[in-house]
Design a protein around this ligand. Structure first.
Ligand SMILES: [Zn+2]
Length: 64
């Protein structure tokens, strides 16, 4: 909570839990900065998370 370890990262990302395969991974912000999108590292299932109007406070998401 409140950690800023990602500050130096060139692209913002979120940690995400892929429920399909029971693994954690990362999804990166798209170039329009409107959403985060990525793939499950195991089954390559595509996920995308929209960035809300005020951004999002959550650091971890679940992909269903
Ligand atoms: Zn998966």
């Amino acid at each position: 909570m409140g950690e800023e370890e990602t500050k130096r990262e060139p692209r913002k990302y979120l940690g995400i839990y892929f429920e399909c395969c029971n693994v954690y991974g990362r999804v990166y912000q798209n170039k329009d900065k409107t959403a985060y999108s990525g793939f499950c590292p195991r089954c390559m299932r595509r996920v995308s998370i929209k960035v809300g109007e005020g951004g999002t406070n959550q650091r971890f998401f679940k992909a269903y």
